[in-house]
Design a protein around this ligand. Structure first.
Ligand code: SF4
Length: 76
């Protein structure tokens, strides 16, 4: 297990998002510290760039990340 490489600048990890869920500390442990490859924010950042990660995208939103990535593929 390895920390996510985006940890220091990630808005979610650094509590900069509005409406942070109450379970965010557990989510941070699950995703940011253990399984960052499955994080919706990480996946979008790796393909589109960190500037294209929606500010309100939360780590477990895999389907939303999939839609964003599919949309990106169709616009290229
Ligand atoms: S795992 Fe996701 S939420 Fe956590 S630091 Fe990385 S990009 Fe941010």
């Amino acid at each position: 297990m390895k920390d996510c490489e985006l940890l220091t600048k990630c808005l979610y990890f650094n509590d900069k998002l509005k409406n942070m869920p109450t379970a965010s500390e557990m989510v941070k442990k699950m995703y940011c510290r253990w399984h960052y490859e499955e994080c919706a924010r990480y996946r979008v950042a790796m393909v589109l760039g960190t500037e294209y990660v929606p500010p309100d995208l939360f780590p477990p939103e895999a389907e939303r990340a999939d839609k964003l990535l599919v949309q990106f593929c169709h616009t290229r």
